[in-house]
Design a protein around this ligand. Structure first.
Ligand code: ADP
Ligand code: ADP
Length: 238
């Protein structure tokens, strides 16, 4: 079956219907893009998938398990991880330490830091961290404090933190936002390499980048799925 299956997802805020009766299915190994104009309901939809926001009605299944109403941390433990916001960077710690915390913890905030400090070395952790550092091209920054990283490097580290939890489904919320054209090109290439053998969902405003990255794109408009298909199908529809 699919890795993620949402049925009839609806979310209301008072009188505002942010998402209305959305059906959404992602297969294992797929790279899915989500686009839509401002106010289309992308953030709300994403937050329902990550369980940050409960749906008003509808159901979400992850790897065949009903995760509707579950909390973010439990869902992360199951292997559904969102980059950004969940994984905050510890500015005064090194890149390696941040990755170790993410790999060990899969949980957020202070608890994660306490866990890190209290745990002895875990077998395989060095290998996992080295592997992740190579994936996000930060090997040369391993022992650098996060506060000394350039903006683009911090953004790559955020992706690395999510990867360090070994997610079976990785959700990226606007991974290209705020980047220079050069950083965008580099990050698209990076995401392409990371996508090999992984399942990912990416929301971004950069339509060209999404069309280059995603095998299938879901276009949201006014809280509904307007159209869904390969980048070529979407372009020919427009
Ligand atoms: P997008 O991410 O595509 O810009 P959003 O999901 O942020 O769309 O918003 C969709 C609609 O839902 C908008 O009308 C927005 O104002 C409304 N909305 C989103 N979040 C809230 C909230 N927490 N409270 C009230 N209205 C909200
Ligand atoms: P993002 O695109 O990252 O969600 P926004 O600035 O659109 O950032 O929204 C910030 C927060 O405010 C989100 O949690 C969103 O759900 C909420 N929000 C969006 N629209 C409204 C609204 N009309 N009323 C109240 N909260 C809103």
């Amino acid at each position: 079956g699919p890795i993620l299956q949402a049925r009839g997802l609806t979310r209301r805020y008072g009188g505002v219907i942010a998402n209305s009766d959305i059906d959404f299915t992602v297969d294992y190994g797929e790279m899915r893009g989500i686009i839509g104009p401002n106010g289309a309901g992308k953030s709300t939809f994403f937050k329902m998938l990550t369980c940050e926001v409960p749906p008003s009605s509808g159901k979400i299944a992850f790897e065949g398990r009903d995760i509707t109403g579950m909390n973010v941390i439990d869902v992360c433990q199951l292997g559904l991880t969102k980059s950004y916001q969940i994984n905050q960077l510890f500015e005064r710690l090194t890149v390696r330490q941040n990755l170790e915390i993410a790999a060990l913890g899969k949980v957020r905030g202070k608890f994660r830091l306490d866990l890190f400090r209290s745990l002895a070395r875990v077998p395989g952790l060095d290998e996992q961290v080295s592997h992740t550092l190579a994936l996000v091209n930060l090997t040369h920054r391993t022992d650098t404090s996060v506060s000394e990283l350039a903006y683009g490097e911090k953004r790559r580290l955020e992706i690395g933190l999510a990867l360090a939890t070994s997610p079976s489904l990785l959700l990226l919320d606007e991974p290209l936002a705020g980047m220079s054209p050069q950083e965008r090109v580099e990050t698209v290439a990076l995401l392409k390499s990371i996508a090999q053998g992984r399942t990912m969902i990416i929301i971004d405003h950069d339509m060209d980048a999404l069309f280059e990255l995603a095998e299938k794109v879901t276009v949201l408009q006014e809280g509904r799925v307007l159209v869904e298909g390969t980048p070529d199908q979407i372009k020919n529809n427009a």
